[in-house]
Structure formats: structure tokens, C-alpha cells
Design a protein around this ligand. Sequence first.
Ligand SMILES: [Zn+2]
Length: 245
Amino acid sequence: MTIHYLNCFTSHARVPTNWHTGTLCLLIETNRGLVLVDTGLGQDDYIHRTAILRMFKIVTIVPLDPDETAFHQISRLGYALADVRHIVLTHMHFDHCGGLPDFPHAKVHVHRWEYQAFTGCRRHWTELAYVRRHIAHQPEFALYEHTGDTWFDLPAIQLPFEPYIFFVPLFGHTRGHCGVAVRTTSGWLFHVGDAAPLDFSEQAPDWLVRFVMGPHLPKLQAFKAAHPEVCMTTGHMWLDFFKTG
Ligand SMILES: [Zn+2]
């Protein structure tokens, strides 16, 4: 079983100037074909830039290289794009699900509350980062709600794949934001999406982290300290991470 770590959207902060990050997407070989966790931007985003991407471009330096799409990277890895049968989304912000139209036949797995936030009335400023055209091709959705399962000591929802994949609800960054835990050959990978900043460290005041990412950072830091055997990643990682894999 193989997991590929793809950077599907590079961003260089204007301040501080030494912040160079990529958006982490996972490509996982499972018993039901390839599963892509988050997609990054899609091909169409490079041609018809969304308003939120144009705004993002003002606050950060984004190279906008279409070679970074999951579509191109998966082809370069030697897979057939049709083998991507399932897409699991931490949440539906433009930089995490813009690539959905590139895999029109893939089933999209997402928490029900996230889907409702995306398709319903906008209630929160973070919902400005939803782009409705990303599901204009009307993909098939599998929607999940909590079932009473746990993963370690956290509430979790088991998805129908082997190796095991769980949603770990971490609401706050968006209404239905979830982390994704994946059983690997050597243990567990816990991808917390946008529920924690780079390195799980507080590089910004508490209130700002909570405002942007939700209330989970202290809990995730405690989990990381208690479970050093679990590999933990965030939705945006230092570019160096992708060089070392
Ligand atoms: Zn986000």
C-alpha cells in the first residue's frame, strides 16, 4: 500500500518572507482504487481564476503552475486518471476541492455539515472561500455524520476503504471540517487539514489561530505529544516537506 504526498498549490507569504508552503493532498492506493484526499486547485482554476484566488494573490505570492494540479501529478506518477475512484475532502475551500471537476467520475466523500455549508446560505466569513462551480459537474456524493465510532480517543467516522480511513471531525475552520486518519504499513497518518497551523506551533496569537482554524490546536498538540508514533500533517506544509516526502 502506497501513499503519495502531493503539493497541489504552492504559496509564498509576503510577510514573513521566509514562509514557503504547499497544500498537502494524499494519493492512497486502496482496495477500491485510488483515493485522493483533497485536490488542490483544478485545471480550470488556472484558466478562469476565481475571485477568492485573485484575492489570495494579493496577500501571498502564488506561482500558479498548472503542473501542480493533482490531474498532472497523478499522470506523471504513471496512474490512469480514471483509477481515481474516490475523493475524500477535509473541507470544501477552493484550495482543497478545486480539482473535483478534473475527476468527474470520482465519488466525493465529505461530512454532511460541510456539504450543507457549501451548498446552503453563507453564514460565516470563511465560506467566502467556497466556489460553487467546483461541483457544477454534479459529482456523486457520499455524506457522513457521526456514528459513535472513535479513533484513538477522538470521535471518528470510518470510511468504506481498506486500509482503514477515518474522518475525525474537527469543526471550526469550516462548519463540517474533518481531519483524515489513514492506516499505513508502519502505523497511522493523521492529516488534520486546516485545523492546525504549520508545525502545530503557535506562530500567531491564540485568538487568531482559533478565529481562522477553530478551537482544536491545544487538543491536537496534546494528541501529538501523547502519540509520537502517529505521523501528523496539516493542510499546508513547508515546501521542504514535499522534497523529503
Ligand atoms: Zn481552508
